[in-house]
Design a protein around this ligand. Structure first.
Ligand SMILES: Nc1nc2c(ncn2[C@@H]2O[C@H](COP(=O)(O)OP(=O)(O)OP(=O)(O)O)[C@@H](O)[C@H]2O)c(=O)[nH]1
Ligand SMILES: [Mg+2]
Length: 325
């Protein structure tokens, strides 16, 4: 496979080339990895920028329904929309392809949309790299908006926030007055909180929940990358397609402001640095798991356990002998 040719076809917006490229970045094979890196290098330097929107929410809040309705609204305005998913449970369930394809039936048939379900991969590091590189590929292919969906469990939310220009938290109306146990860290990384299902019997509860979150957001420390009034909480109904246009207008207003103030580019730069450091850590840890370091590590660990060597000295010895320190 010629990577320059594949790059040219991606830049020309060929969907099959894009699918093939994403398969390549998902692969764990060493030769595929080399090809993927050559491909991403060949694509460097284009001047396309997609708006990357991370969307997080617990199972059942309506992520798929929202993405279908929101995505169709955007394609209806002539925008090209890519949907990527990060599902930490997909390693267990074998991917959420089935559920998502039925929930996003119309969007998946839309020629202006591209939906790529989560691959079955257990390691979060691998998922992060795959999703990040898939987003780069979609951006090169000329998509205007990239939606990155994740279920709100574990580290996946933080990971998605670290690769998005905007991070959106989708919530369901709460019964009581509790803040649904949303972790503080996630609240702090949200740019927009959307309380979904603001329709029918659930509407009063959705309005109350929204007010609760708006209050909680006001208590958070002001962030440099926010204009007055952000982060914001709003109600929507994915089912009745209500509030979606308003939500999109808020996302655009925030993005325009951040671009004008330099925060957009600064955030991307900080993210690039973050992922460089993450890759470096992964790479170093991978070397510890490979020979000859692996055996040396087992050997030194045994000596530390036996009390023959101090932990610090053992670590220093391994670093000096094997990692060129
Ligand atoms: N009333 C109401 N129901 C909704 C709305 N959006 C989604 N639902 C319903 O909520 C249920 C879950 O919706 P999904 O879109 O599958 O939720 P999800 O967040 O993708 O769920 P997982 O993929 O399991 O994480 C479905 O029965 C939807 O019909 C809404 O705006 N209003
Ligand atoms: Mg879903």
């Amino acid at each position: 496979m010629d990577m320059d040719d594949l790059a040219a076809r991606i830049l020309a917006g060929e969907r099959r080339a894009l699918s093939r490229a994403i398969t390549l970045v998902e692969s764990g094979r060493a030769d595929h990895r080399r090809q993927a890196m050559a491909l991403l290098e060949a694509l460097r330097g284009h001047d396309r920028t997609a708006l990357r929107i991370g969307l997080s929410g617990t199972p059942g809040v309506g992520k798929s329904t929202f993405i279908e309705a929101f995505g169709l609204m955007l394609t209806g305005q002539g925008l090209r929309v890519a949907v990527l998913a990060v599902d930490p449970s997909s390693a267990r369930s074998g991917g959420s392809i089935l559920g998502d394809k039925t929930r996003m039936e119309r969007l998946s048939r839309d020629p202006h949309a591209f939906i790529r379900p989560s691959p079955a991969q257990s390691q979060l590091g691998g998922v992060a790299r795959r999703t990040r590189e898939a987003a780069d590929l979609c951006e090169a292919a000329g998509f205007d908006v990239i939606l990155i969906e994740t279920v709100g469990v574990g580290q996946s939310e933080t990971m998605v926030a670290e690769m998005s220009d905007l991070f959106i938290l989708l919530l369901a109306p709460a019964g009581g007055d509790e803040l649904q146990g949303v972790k503080r860290g996630i609240m702090e990384s949200a740019d927009l909180i959307l309380v979904n299902k603001a329709d029918g019997d659930l509407k009063p509860a959705a309005t109350r929940t929204c007010a609760d979150y708006a209050g909680a957001l006001r208590l958070l420390r002001r962030r440099a990358q926010d204009p007055q009034g952000f982060p914001k909480a709003m109600t929507v109904s994915a089912l009745e397609q209500a509030g979606l246009q308003t939500a999109w207008a808020e996302m655009q207003a925030l993005t325009d402001w951040r671009r004008a103030e330099g925060h957009f580019a600064a955030r991307r730069a900080a993210q690039a640095r973050h992922w460089f450091e993450a890759e470096l850590r992964e790479g170093l840890l991978a070397r510890l798991r490979r020979e000859p370091v692996k055996s040396a590590l087992v050997d030194l660990a045994a000596r530390v356990e036996a009390g023959d060597l101090s932990p610090a000295l053992a670590a220093e010895d391994l670093l000096r002998r094997h990692l060129g320190e």
